[in-house]
Design a protein around this ligand. Sequence first.
Ligand code: SF4
Ligand code: SF4
Length: 65
Amino acid sequence: MKKDKLDEFEVDIDKCMHCGACVGSCPQNAITLREVLIEFNDDCNLCKRCIKVCPVGAITLVGDD
Ligand code: SF4
Ligand code: SF4
């Protein structure tokens, strides 16, 4: 079940190649690689490092253009 700010993250699973770069970039350890999806948890402080580090631009923050 999704909740709060985590609803704002979108990962394009067609682009994501499970490289793990976003996981390694997160200062809050808020990202977990699942079999298909990337999961964000409540420790996220919305620093957007994961978005910048993703080599294929798979992560977007909804409403943040
Ligand atoms: S925005 Fe920052 S804290 Fe949140 S998941 Fe991405 S890297 Fe981690
Ligand atoms: S950095 Fe991008 S491509 Fe790599 S696992 Fe994260 S979302 Fe997927």
